[in-house]
Design a protein around this ligand. Sequence first.
Ligand code: TMP
Length: 204
Amino acid sequence: MPGRFITFEGIDGAGKSSHIEALAAGLRERGHHVVVTREPGGTPLAERVRELVLHAPMDALTETLLVFAARRDHLTAQIEPALARGATVLCDRFTDATFAYQGGGRGFDLAVLTQLEHWVQQGRQPDVTFWFDLSAELAAQRRQAARSPDRFEQQDEAFFERVRAGYAARRDAQPQRFAVIDASGEREAVWSQIAAAMDKGGWW
Ligand code: TMP
């Protein structure tokens, strides 16, 4: 049986990382083979692209082409083979992030993003997407404690409001795969929403 492809999305500061690890542990306890990966990144080539995307100045088209190039390598070398052997793939960000950051945040042409999505993914979409939703204001407060900011983390609150709206538009277009998590609360409150969605969907 092919494995399940689960992605995690949200604006910077939404706090998804520790929950991905907890979910991986919970799935492994239940006997699943789990691959935890991220975008941009997940393969040696895509991790090199990640360094550029996060730190080198570039225009929005270059940024878009690079995230999709990294995604193509990640899909063919890592995600598709893992799903084919029945593993559950937990991926920290995927194409919804491109629609949210490049489309919403940067204002890049959504029709071009849709075309690239078709070329690169050949119909592959996540089975489940956890969207950690949070106001840009609260996310900014959380990010203040963070390490030295990358090119995205340096953006202002208005940018992150547009990113959030970009995520909302994706959720509205494909509501069946989205589980919306209110990420404003304490860690335990957030985790209980994830566990409840896993129970309800029968995804454990
Ligand atoms: P993170 O993995 O630490 O969250 O950082 C990845 C950053 O890259 C994050 O700010 C969102 C951004 N990003 C895009 O702009 N477009 C994309 O397609 C992806 C996957 C990430």
